[in-house]
Design a protein. Sequence first.
Length: 304
Amino acid sequence: AARRDFYWLRSFIAGGIAGCCAKTTTAPLDRVKILLQAHNHHYKHLGVFSTLCAVPKKEGYLGLYKGNGAMMIRIFPYGAIQFMAFDQYKKVIKKQLGISGHVHRLMAGSMAGITAVICTYPLDMVRVRLAFQVKGEHKYMGIIHAFKMIYTKEGGFSGFYRGLMPTVVGMAPYAGFSFFTFGTLKSIGLAQAPNLLGRPSLDNPDVLVLKTHVNLLCGGIAGAIAQTISYPLDVTRRRMQLGAVLPDSEKCLTMVQTLKYVYQQHGVRRGLYRGLSLNYIRCIPSQAVAFTTYELMKQFLHLN
């Protein structure tokens, strides 16, 4: 039993380190995405690549990593909570509701995601505030200072949860569509080209599973479609989180107000979907680094 307990701890560490490496790899893209999504006045006339070039010129190369410290602190507990909650929810859904198969994985996955988000949301809030600051106009000196300022100036604890609604609302379709797309692609692929895309499962030779690189590809496509659907809610969340920092904050108090405001001011492409191309670019290296690091960590921590 002791070995099993430590297995949890070790897999949690492996997941945490993989998450941190993946996030650090894509931190510059993350920061640029936040600057673009909320139309930071220093960079609002620029596109994705010109912003990526402009940030180091204006703020030095470390400017690309603003807010990454808060991100690291958040990603560890986020991974752990999601991981443990997923297993607990799966048991409860199976026992109480008698649902199993894809549906119960999907439900447990969504619920675990929402639980992890709610628990680590204040850190996400702080990270966004730090990432949105531009050199020479610092309002927050660091993570702890940002916490204190938001707590005292923006109504205590509730100040940390601005924008939670679009996050939770966006989570369900995101999880739902990624599972759905992945399942659909997998069944079509195996039905149409079983020899090209599939291989017999290791534990049951009668069952076909996707080859690893095909699996990654399908996962990538599924992620991209799911992200496209829930992206406007991501933009909404960032705007609401930045609240007090943005000049038009009183027009963005609720989720619906914010969606309307962004649409009226900036339209669909330059508003609701601003920075989406970055999201796609960001996902590929992020997933690749996460998988690779996780595999290496598994060997290093003897998890196989």
